[in-house]
Write a protein that binds this ligand. Sequence first.
Ligand SMILES: NC(=O)c1ccc[n+]([C@@H]2O[C@H](COP(=O)([O-])OP(=O)(O)OC[C@H]3O[C@@H](n4cnc5c(N)ncnc54)[C@H](O)[C@@H]3O)[C@@H](O)[C@H]2O)c1
Length: 282
Amino acid sequence: MIFDRNEKKDVIALLGAGSMGTAIVRKIAAGKKILLGDISEANLEKTARDFRYCGYDAETCVVDATKKESVEAFAEKAASLGDVKYFIDTAGASPNQASPEHIVNLDMLGTGYAVDAFGKVMAAGGAGLIISSQAGYMYPFPYEAEQEILSAPTEELMNVSIVKEVALQNSGLAYMIAKHVNHLQAMKAAATSWKARRARINTISPGVIVTPLAYDEFAANGDGYQEMIDASAAGRTGTSDEIAEAAAFLLGGHAGFITGTDLLIDGGVIPAIRTGVYQLRG
Ligand SMILES: NC(=O)c1ccc[n+]([C@@H]2O[C@H](COP(=O)([O-])OP(=O)(O)OC[C@H]3O[C@@H](n4cnc5c(N)ncnc54)[C@H](O)[C@@H]3O)[C@@H](O)[C@H]2O)c1
């Protein structure tokens, strides 16, 4: 059966086909071509089937976000399918899932490879979204360190002093720094490579969102997360669907004047920390 007679469809590329990523794509996918990229073939197969059973047009591509060539091949595959109007990057590992080296490689360098690669294929009027984290607000980043990051090409980010001297100390610091670097990566691309293609790019920094990744965090540091939830204005965890609502706005036409910025969606955790109402453990 032919479900859709339209031959030319805008392409949505999703890197990291996990909980938040698929919730975001589902919000915007009607009538579009979805390209799902993930390191796990089993996850790709299951996720693509779920999309197809809901009437969406989904293809898959195995991609390792920590490998530049793999990410570039993913971007080229997306471009071969049509106009790449949307790029969403949610590939990431959290502090209790991985070593500092892996977090820096995946959450920081991998995002850089993706922003660079899609900065060569985005269609005019397109929009990108990187899922960062509230953790990107937790380390007091000196102005000089931000400038050093903004002026370094992706390949040289490992040599930037804050990455060499602070991020590699432990997985928590690696995550905070990588996620703040994501804000700067989007800001820089918005002003340079993505600007040149007339495409926008932003980040969302979610707070505690219940997903399999978050369950790994709760298992390792349940008391710390409970305190954080209790100290927040919302007094609860968030859901991938709430992130997807905001993502759909940032990716859509109503956000045409928004680029190079971050939207913090944390139920009020960072306001509690910044005002001293709540002090982060250790
Ligand atoms: N869940 C939360 O509370 C929370 C809060 C803030 C930020 N985040 C961030 O949101 C993003 C999405 O997290 P989620 O909660 O949806 O988790 P998730 O585990 O459901 O999704 C992450 C996906 O990334 C994929 N992935 C892992 N390594 C990869 C690699 N090398 N190449 C390609 N794909 C890879 C995984 O297979 C998985 O499908 C992550 O970057 C995470 O750091 C999550």
